[in-house]
Design a protein around this ligand. Structure first.
Ligand code: VAH
Length: 320
């Protein structure tokens, strides 16, 4: 039985669906902070869980005979800067609760997402290699760097099989991205379809490592299904797919929506983006567990619009 925390988030929504496809709906317990009664679209087993409540977590693990945990609940980069100590506490204490539960209940495996946010000035605006110096500039990035070290500690001291990926900015259509710096690349699709224009909070030439959610989900399952002996990296694996700027994404969108216009009005998220790499090197992921991306800017844009255009068409019809 697999337990997913943060199941209502951008990654959680997709991972729960993918895991249920593979293991069966009843084998994947989705959890998040929301009360089930407040979730009309709920499908499959769901339990309200505050990941800071260790007893509640242990209770669920014991009740359902949980053997794997995907721990996705966290505060992202931009939101974390608004309440640093709250973000640190949530991101770190929840991970420690999960690692302790994995140790005490001898779980088979744990997945925990790291991020390109672990990189900072030493590789800012460049291509970050797997073994770059990690000098994060955000609370979120600090929690991801510390989290990678805690995962290695529990692996080395207690034999917990915890695996991790440094996700780039993720782009998906099924759940809103919440509180990230890369989320312009999600919002732009909704605004382009709804209003024909988008005001971007990053400057036009801000290149960032990005990935379509289908690739991110596939990478996650591939990593989790790899035999443990092939996993050589102590920290989380870099995985790369795309690297583009807001201007490049806008040009690609215009190929589908000729009247679309973009404007720029940078805010504090620009300084976060400036501290991140423009791309990442993922030689080790390709070497150890055969990682390779399948979506590029053209296919990702087409896929996003295929799924979102009908949503806005229906709304405008009903609106009319
Ligand atoms: C964020 N989407 O922007 C997340 C991610 C690399 C970015 O960690 O905070």
């Amino acid at each position: 039985v697999i337990l997913v925390t943060g199941a209502r988030g951008q990654i959680g929504t997709e991972l729960v669906a993918a895991l249920r496809n593979v293991y069966g709906r009843e084998q994947v317990i989705a959890t998040d902070l929301h009360d089930a009664a407040a979730l009309p679209d709920l499908e499959g087993p769901y339990r309200q869980l505050n990941v800071l409540d260790k007893d509640e977590l242990e209770n669920l693990v014991a009740t359902y005979g949980v053997t794997q945990i995907y721990h996705l609940a966290a505060t992202l980069s931009a939101k974390g800067e608004e309440a640093p100590l709250k973000a640190w506490h949530l991101n770190m204490q929840s991970l420690l609760n999960i690692l302790e539960a994995a140790k005490d209940h001898k779980l088979d495996k744990v997945f925990w997402p790291s991020s390109i946010a672990v990189f900072g000035p030493s590789t800012a605006r460049k291509i970050s290699p797997q073994n770059a110096l990690l000098d994060p500039q955000t609370v979120y990035g600090i929690s991801k760097e510390a989290g990678e070290q805690w995962c290695a500690y529990y692996r080395e001291h207690y034999g917990v099989d915890v695996r991790s990926l440094r996700y780039p900015g993720l782009i998906s259509y099924s759940a809103p991205a919440g509180g990230g710096t890369t989320d312009y690349a999600v919002a732009i699709f909704h605004e382009a379809l709804q209003n024909g224009r988008y005001e971007c909070y990053l400057s036009p030439n801000t290149a960032l490592p990005m990935m379509y959610m289908d690739d991110a989900v596939r990478a996650t399952l591939q990593l989790m299904n790899a035999p443990v002996e092939v996993l050589k990296e102590r920290g989380a694996y870099n995985i790369g797919a795309l690297s583009f700027t807001p201007a490049q994404l806008a040009v690609e969108l215009k190929n589908h929506l000729p009247d679309f216009t973009i404007s720029y009005n940078t805010d504090k998220r620009q300084s976060i983006a400036n501290s991140w790499p423009a791309g990442v090197e993922d030689t080790e992921a390709r070497r150890d567990w055969n990682w390779h991306p399948e979506y590029d800017l053209v296919t990702m844009t087409a896929h996003m619009l295929d799924h979102l255009t009908p949503v806005y068409k229906n709304n405008s019809n009903t609106a009319a």
